[in-house]
Design a protein around this ligand. Structure first.
Ligand code: AMP
Length: 307
């Protein structure tokens, strides 16, 4: 099924306790679309890059089946640049630099050939821009949205408008608490669902993720990885895997949503194994299924025999 993603395409400088990279391909739309490409889709990417965007990166995206008709190239400046530093607690990071460059004037224009997209992924960009995307698409089957503390604090009114129009919101635990002003995640979820999204996913980093639907709560484990090198993009990769699976199957029933959460977790677990998108782009046939099976075994709960 058709799959649209709107978000940042960036160069990242990353420092973790295990090494550093000066300028590697990143951005929310990049991670989401590369990941969705593994689900037999041709993700339609809408974003903006500058004059420094390398031909090799264009080729990399194309080689992962990403449709670039909606990628704007603005030769008046450089590509959005973000620099972050992680400490041993990889759940927390410091943003050291955000140079918006051509992203500052990004106005998402959805090409006519994308307007009928059935699955719409709104990556982490200003809620006003997310709204502009929704004004342009004609018949989405599912709209999935990401956001962050920066917008919850700085663009709350716009974000509330966006939330009324999305089906699924994917955020992390601290964002859920801040958005709802509620420390308990179950109560926070109830409040957020009343803001619009019928379905909510709360990511808890190395502790897994919670899926809230109309019919209950599903708790997905996190994969107990030994090698975690760089968490950058894990959230976006989760979104690519979650929506990628739903778009591949077209099945939005509860049980399939659970599968999709596991596929999101599977893809995020690969993402963190190397810097940037390196591990993701090296995935081979069978890797994804194998890890999905490991996830199943990880959380099988045997029945009780006698109590
Ligand atoms: P994640 O680790 O999933 O939160 O996403 C990391 C990606 O988000 C990096 O590749 C950055 O380029 C990108 N990013 C960081 N800050 C912003 C921002 N303010 N707007 C859009 N994208 C951003």
């Amino acid at each position: 099924m058709s799959f649209l993603v709107v978000g940042s395409v960036a160069y990242d400088g990353i420092e973790t306790p295990f090494g550093s990279e000066d300028k590697i391909l990143g951005g929310s739309a990049t991670y989401i679309s590369i990941t969705a490409g593994f689900f037999g889709l041709k993700p339609r990417l809408v974003g903006i890059v500058g004059r420094d965007f390398a031909v090799t990166d264009v080729q990399l995206l194309k080689s992962h089946n990403v449709d670039l008709e909606g990628l704007q190239v603005d030769n008046s400046g450089d590509t959005f640049f973000w620099r972050g530093k992680y400490h041993y607690d990889l759940n927390n990071r410091d943003t050291l630099e955000t140079s918006l460059n051509v992203f500052e004037h990004f106005n998402p224009e959805i090409p006519d050939s994308y307007k009928d997209s059935e699955f719409v992924c709104l990556g982490n960009i200003a809620p006003a821009l997310q709204n502009r995307v929704l004004d342009q698409v004609t018949r989405p089957k599912l709209v999935v949205c990401d956001t962050m503390n920066f917008w919850i604090e700085g663009a709350r009114a716009d974000l509330m408008e966006t939330l009324k129009r999305v089906d699924v919101l994917i955020i992390n635990d601290s964002e859920a608490r801040e958005l709802s002003s509620e420390p308990n995640l179950v109560r926070a979820a109830e409040k957020i669902q009343k803001m619009g999204p019928e379905i909510l996913i709360i990511k808890k980093g190395e502790h897994g993720a919670l899926l809230f639907t109309g019919s209950g709560i599903f708790s997905a484990p996190a994969y107990p990885l030994v090698d975690i090198f760089d968490p950058t993009g894990a959230g976006d990769t989760f979104m690519g895997g979650f929506v990628g699976w739903l778009a591949r199957t077209g099945d939005l029933r509860d049980e399939n949503m659970r599968r999709a959460v596991i596929f999101g977790s599977v893809m995020a677990s690969f993402c963190v194994e190397a810097f940037g998108s390196k591990r993701l782009i090296s995935l081979e046939n069978g890797d994804i299924e194998k890890r999905y099976t490991e996830f199943m075994e990880l959380s099988t709960i045997p029945e009780i025999i006698n109590l």
